[in-house]
Design a protein around this ligand. Structure first.
Ligand code: ADP
Ligand code: MG
Length: 170
């Protein structure tokens, strides 16, 4: 199956996805973690952060997840996914798809500004920032939303709530 984290930059995708991976890996041999930013770097950043660049990255990630999934490898992916059509493709093409939406308000993301993206975008120094000049379509049918209140209870708490909802991985 593919467990897919969606959310804007700084919403906690990588933090929570990696924590979930660490928790599951000791008892789940066939499990890989795939992060959208790392994936982009693996291809020497040959796609940029424009909508078209992002579309290519999303397409590559979804196809890679499908290849792994069809070989019996579970995938945890954290991806700033802005394409509803690729989310629909995921649901149709993976043996099992569990989508988690990191539902954190823009105001909090701006306060966190983990990578300094929002400050740079707001001052006009950086284009192609999702949530500023590229719209972020809210996922329509996530299997689970992780909101700010839940996040405030801690990463461990969020991982436990996820484990409550996820099927057993063999
Ligand atoms: N419960 C939580 N789950 C995930 N991240 C959290 C949580 N609470 C606070 N955070 C913080 O939110 C930020 C999320 O950053 P990151 O995981 O890099 O986001 P993304 O991968 O979505 O860009 C980190 O500073 C992290 O410590
Ligand atoms: Mg990340």
């Amino acid at each position: 199956m593919v467990i897919w984290f969606i959310g804007m930059s700084g919403s906690g995708k990588s933090t929570l996805a990696h924590a979930l991976y660490e928790q599951l890996k000791p008892k789940t041999r066939h499990l890989v973690y795939l992060d959208g930013d790392e994936f982009r770097e693996m291809f020497r950043n040959d796609v940029d952060h424009t909508v078209e660049g992002r579309r290519k990255n999303a397409e590559r990630i979804s196809h890679t997840c499908r290849m792994l999934d069809h070989q019996g490898i579970h995938v945890i992916a954290s991806v700033l996914s802005i394409f509803p059509e690729w989310q629909a493709w995921n649901r149709e093409n993976f043996s099992d798809y569990f989508e988690i939406f990191m539902d954190v308000p823009m105001e909090t993301l701006r306060q966190r500004d983990v990578k300094g993206l929002y400050a740079a975008a707001d001052s006009g120094r950086m284009p192609n920032v999702v949530g500023v000049d590229i719209p972020f379509p809210r996922p329509q049918q996530p299997d689970l939303s992780v909101d700010q209140t839940m996040q405030e209870a801690g990463v461990g708490y969020c991982v436990d709530r996820l484990l409550d909802r996820l099927p057993e991985l063999d």
